[in-house]
Design a protein around this ligand. Structure first.
Ligand code: PAF
Length: 328
């Protein structure tokens, strides 16, 4: 796809000597599975300048030397990638995409501050509830976008991921800056990604968190792939019950679910991602802290705030928090 200069989010970095408009600069924060996948998907496009911000200088150096390696179903490829732990190495960005774990959002925002000018869009595509609210504490509300991605990836090593499936990104502006959401969507589409814009960001995030509440703790606790949850009748039933509970809490919290059928949607995702290890299972297997506080934990908090109970989410939160993790 050819570069379209109208995709710039801000005015091109001005250079009166050169007729060439500067390429849009995208910096991805967090070299985990999804961060590396997107650094590779965007970084292979010659019309974009893509960088990866890490907090670990040793890993950043390794990734800069080897590039991001994507094991895709059609074969492996390497994308040379500028990865640094120093945000000043990138200059200001047109788009910053936050892909850290939800518990690192505040640290990521602080680290990314030098990348952000008044023309920068900051987009969170992380799992869980509460991420865009944290970003709004660091950046102007109208520059913060939030969304979800249906893509899956497994981190195989530093800078190396297995692409599990490419799904749609849906994003929007919680502050109602729909024009910025549209421009960011076009920028991502120019890299061949499937992107849709929504005006109901909270509804979007609750739909995703409902799916994560059902799939992630059950896969992490049973150490099973997403698809296996459908094969065991008691787990299949539990998927339905958790989905129904989150649906009801969301309803009390003001989510407009429309014709979203909770159990059915969860089962469809299990089917579509049958061989995936959920991100929470990957965390548990690697001995890492999980995002449970931002998934079922966030639903329990919303339930308490509205004076209703969420016993299944409460129980799953406790069980996952009770797992013995090496780095948890
Ligand atoms: O967190 C994850 O793993 C993913 O969001 C999902 C949708 C559960 C698929 O594995």
């Amino acid at each position: 796809m050819t570069y379209n200069p109208t995709l710039m989010l801000s005015s091109p970095h001005s250079d009166t000597q050169s007729p060439q408009p500067a390429k849009p600069r995208v910096v991805i924060v967090g070299p985990g599975a999804m961060g590396c996948l997107h650094a590779g998907l965007l970084g292979r496009m010659p019309h974009l300048q893509v960088g990866l911000l890490d907090h670990r200088p040793d890993r950043a150096k390794l990734i800069s030397n080897q590039g991001v390696i994507i094991e895709a179903p059609e074969g492996s490829y390497t994308v040379p990638t500028q990865c640094s732990a120093n945000p000043d190495d990138f200059g200001t960005a047109d788009l910053v995409i936050i892909f850290t774990k939800a518990y690192d959002t505040a640290a990521a925002a602080e680290h990314a501050e030098p990348l952000v000018s008044e023309d920068t869009a900051i987009l969170t595509l992380q799992n869980g509830l509460g991420n865009y609210e944290v970003l709004q504490k660091y950046f102007p509300d109208e520059q913060v976008l939030a969304g979800t991605t249906a893509s899956g990836a497994t981190l195989l090593g530093d800078g190396r991921v297995r692409q599990a499936g490419l799904g749609k990104i849906v994003l929007g502006s919680p502050a109602g800056n729909h024009e910025l959401a549209q421009r960011v969507a076009e920028l991502l589409q120019s890299a061949g990604l499937a992107v849709q814009v929504t005006e109901d960001v909270d509804g979007l995030l609750w739909r995703k968190v409902l799916i994560n509440c059902a799939i992630n703790p059950l896969t992490a606790l049973t150490r099973r792939c997403n698809g296996e949850l459908l094969e065991i009748p008691v787990l299949r039933e539990l998927l339905d019950e958790v989905a129904e509970e989150v649906y009801e809490v969301g309803q009390v919290a003001g989510v407009e679910w429309g014709n979203f059928a909770p159990g059915q949607e969860v089962k469809q995702v299990c089917q579509a991602t049958a061989t995936n290890q959920s991100s929470m299972l990957q965390d548990v297997l690697a001995g890492r802290r999980t995002e449970i506080d931002y998934i079922t934990g966030a639903v329990v908090a919303a339930a308490q705030q509205h004076g209703v109970a969420a016993p299944l989410c409460q129980c799953l939160t406790a069980l996952v928090k009770g797992l013995a993790l090496r780095h948890g």
